[in-house]
Design a protein around this ligand. Structure first.
Ligand code: NAD
Length: 358
């Protein structure tokens, strides 16, 4: 097992250090190599995704990624901003399927903005298409003036587009995921207004013929956004396009209390993938030993399950997280009266101890 470790910026290195400590105690045969990415790579090499980092990621069976970005890079031209590293990795590794589970741990129901009875036991999976849609349509809205500014321009535009194979492959991935869970899939679109999403609905319906054991329903994205806060447990697996998935997965994340708890996986057709917490680099809390490392540690578990075929090791990690939460330890983002507040390193150490004890 060859693992590329890309800690990135902000809290990235802190949370990654804890995930690596967990990986080390699992007693698995693996090799890992660490490289710079994002703002850290730009500062050292002038590019957020240097060739050496990309080659390392391409040669690995899986990439464990922290987070990238810092406000100090906001004035850089777009192609050099830290976030471009993620887009570059997705493109080069052909990561088209993004899995974002939103699980509300029973110990954390109070941390949700919804009533506990609405979120207790919540366990949904959002499957987001990652390589098409309005984020990649051509031509993009352009900054036409030489200095790159919009000054005086009458309009800007982006184009929404999906090809049949792009929809088919994400639909297959989602039906297969639904098959392993409760055999229910909700496809979210905007078929009433957008041609692209009428096409999406038609193609998903065609692919459904190969999965008669899975119940499929279609929902408009505005209704889906509403239902997610009204009755989130009514969902099981949701499949949707790149932009709607971007928005709905953040909405679902917040239902669970803290974005610091949520892992994600982005996979290609060979099940190789990039695993990262759903949150960003949180520059506001970087270097203070207060970031929650659990989303990254749970991303490691997803990596072991999906790309490295080590489901038992994944379960060990997930069980350790549950036990540590049961014991009352909490980082600041999930802390509540009556629980014990700990820092990033202490939370990591507690997970390591729980994994060892299992
Ligand atoms: P963010 O997710 O970094 O932070 C949002 C809020 O959540 C902040 O208050 C932060 O302190 C908190 N938070 C995030 N992760 C946490 C954790 N593990 N534990 C405790 N609290 C946590 O989003 P943002 O502030 O909008 O963006 C900050 C930077 O991150 C920007 O440069 C942005 O572009 C970048 N970003 C990167 C990724 C990525 O690397 N995949 C994703 C989103 C944003």
């Amino acid at each position: 097992m060859n693992i590329a470790i890309l800690p990135g910026d902000g809290i990235g290195p802190e949370i990654m250090a804890e995930a690596v400590r967990v990986l080390e105690v699992l007693d698995l045969p693996y090799r890992s190599e660490t490289a710079l990415v994002g703002g850290a790579a730009y500062a050292a090499h002038g590019h957020p995704l240097p060739d050496a980092t990309l080659k390392l990621a391409q040669s690995a069976d899986a990439v464990l990624f922290g987070a990238v970005g810092d406000w100090k890079y906001d004035t850089l031209e777009r192609s050099l901003r830290p976030e471009q590293a993620i887009l570059g990795l997705r493109r080069h590794l052909q990561l088209f399927a993004n899995f974002r589970p939103a699980i509300c741990h029973p110990q954390l129901t109070h941390a949700s903005s919804l009533k506990p009875e609405l979120v207790a036991g919540l366990d949904i999976l959002i499957v987001r298409e990652l390589t098409g849609d309005i984020y990649f349509g051509q031509p993009r809205g352009r900054r036409l003036s030489p200095d790159g500014a919009f000054a005086g321009q009458p309009e800007a535009f982006d184009t929404m587009r999906y090809s049949r194979p792009e929809i088919e492959r994400i639909a297959h991935v989602a039906f297969q995921a639904a098959r392993k869970r409760s055999q229910r899939l909700t496809s979210v679109d905007k078929a009433n207004v957008l041609e692209t999403f009428q096409f999406w609905r038609d193609v998903v319906t065609e692919v459904h013929a190969e999965y008669p054991d899975v119940a499929l329903d279609h929902l408009y994205v505005d209704n889906a956004a509403m239902q997610l806060v009204k009755a989130p447990k009514a969902f099981d697996v949701i499949v949707t396009g790149n932009m709607f998935g971007d928005i709905l997965s953040d909405e679902a994340a917040m239902l669970t209390g803290s974005i610091g708890m949520l892992p994600s996986a982005s996979l290609n057709a060979d099940n190789r993938g990039l695993y990262e917490p759903s949150h960003g680099s949180a520059p506001d809390i970087a270097g203070k030993n207060i970031a929650n490392p659990l989303a990254t540690i749970l991303s490691l578990a997803m990596m072991l399950r999906f790309s490295l075929n080590q489901p038992e090791a994944a379960l060990r990690i997930e069980a350790a997280v549950t036990r540590v939460l049961e014991s009352g330890l909490r980082t600041a983002d999930i802390w509540s009266e009556g629980t014990q507040r700990v820092g990033t390193r202490e939370m990591g150490a507690a997970i390591v101890a729980a994994v060892k004890a299992a």
